[in-house]
Design a protein. Structure first.
Length: 381
């Protein structure tokens, strides 16, 4: 059998290793020049005035919520089909996440259904480019302007993508990136808040640094957190940014190989883009076609893993996570498009250094396994 193919793998070279070692030879392991350089490089990707480096995408979202003044009793509209942190951010500040079902093509929030979810309590929308698909963010920005709502762009999965001419990360009062090891670029752990608003930037800088407003170490102006990004992590980020085009190109190459290979498959539906948009390839997710039933995706994952192919069910519906059910009272059937998609989607191995041979192995194993599942089903009837 072929060696196991992981779901993801960070793209780390000698450049990142040297950058870390260089920092370790200095006396500045936190609050220093590497974080500032990383902030500048990330802000420039989306042509934003400010970048504020933080410890994760989740802490970036928390700061964005506080800086937007979202509070207990407020409502925040978001998608049920994302990583949980998109919705958790509302809960962190005592607000209620209000879910709106998704569009079956972009897999982002359904623009036709958002307006109906706005109430007098709605203060913000957290828009997400799920799997790096930019669809709908310009429209969400317009909608927020019309209804005087704050847009927070959860661009954690969209680094380097574009909605038309606009970079992912350039929308809304704030946008946030995440740098966990499966992301387009990584810092080990890390996140970034981008904004054009000077006051919001100042608040976020203070929030991440224990509520300090200036350099006085023991003067705290507000309730703050330790959400700082260390210089060690920031140095990895700077080195990754120096290789950004190389990394994004490599991911595009792998994605295109998957697309070409699976385009004619009768088993799966592939990501769909409008011609003006540039997908940021965070993961490669396929959806099982209607030939398959609920439950088949999980059986498929078990069989793929047995054959050394990493995979995962990106994403289970957020509204059906146990604590969301408990707090918000949701039940199966509340967001049918999300639930239908979530039962059928599957992330396949995807990373920049994936070889053409590995992609071919994944596709052949996927198709053969699905074929076998259909044959076995016929045998049962
Ligand atoms: C859409 C989205 N939002 C937020 C996050 C949270 O980022 P982190 O894991 O860095 O806290 C992620 C990370 O997976 C994400 O995909």
């Amino acid at each position: 059998m072929h060696p196991p193919i992981p779901l993801s793998r960070p793209d780390i070279t000698q450049r990142e290793i040297d950058a870390v070692v260089d920092v370790l030879h200095t006396d500045t392991l936190s609050i220093g020049p590497k974080a500032i350089e990383f902030e500048r490089l990330c802000a420039s990707v989306a042509e934003r005035r400010h970048g504020i480096a933080v410890s994760s995408g989740t802490t970036a979202l928390h700061c964005a919520m506080v800086a937007a003044g979202i509070d207990a009793g407020d409502e925040v509209i978001t998608t049920p089909f994302s990583f949980v942190a998109s919705a958790n951010a509302a809960l962190f500040v005592g607000a209620r996440p209000v879910f709106v079902d998704i569009d079956s093509v972009t897999l982002n929030i359904d623009l036709d259904k958002v307006a109906a979810a706005i109430t007098p309590k709605t203060r913000a929308i957290v828009g997400v480019e799920v799997f790096g698909h930019p669809g709908g963010m310009p429209e969400l920005e317009q909608l927020c302007r019309r209804h005087d709502l704050t847009l927070i762009e959860d661009s954690c999965e969209g680094f380097g993508g574009h909605a038309g001419k606009r970079a992912i990360g350039s929308f809304g009062q704030t946008s946030v990136f995440a740098f966990y090891p499966n992301k387009q670029i990584t810092t080990g752990e890390g996140g970034m808040i981008l904004t054009d608003d000077d006051a919001v930037a100042a608040t976020c800088r203070s929030l991440r640094n224990q509520g300090r407003d200036g350099m006085a170490w023991l003067a705290h102006q507000r309730l703050g957190y330790n959400y700082r990004l260390s210089e060690i992590n920031a140095a990895i980020g700077v080195a990754q940014m120096q290789r950004l085009e190389e990394i994004l190109d490599a991911r595009r190459r792998v994605a295109h190989q998957y697309m070409d290979r699976l385009m004619t498959s009768r088993f799966v539906t592939l990501p769909t883009l409008t011609s003006d948009d540039v997908m940021s390839w965070f993961v490669f997710v396929v959806r099982l076609n209607d030939l398959f039933e609920v439950g088949d995706r999980d059986a498929l994952m078990a069989m793929l893993r047995e054959q050394g192919i990493g995979c995962n069910n990106y994403f289970p519906p957020i509204h059906l996570q146990p604590y969301m059910v408990e707090q918000l009272g949701h039940k199966a059937g509340d967001f049918p498009v999300c639930e239908y998609v979530a039962n059928r989607t599957l992330a396949l191995p995807f990373f920049s250094k994936m070889t053409p041979k590995q992609v071919e192995t994944v596709c052949t194993t996927l198709e053969k396994t699905l074929e076998k599942m259909l044959i076995a089903r016929k045998g049962r009837f």
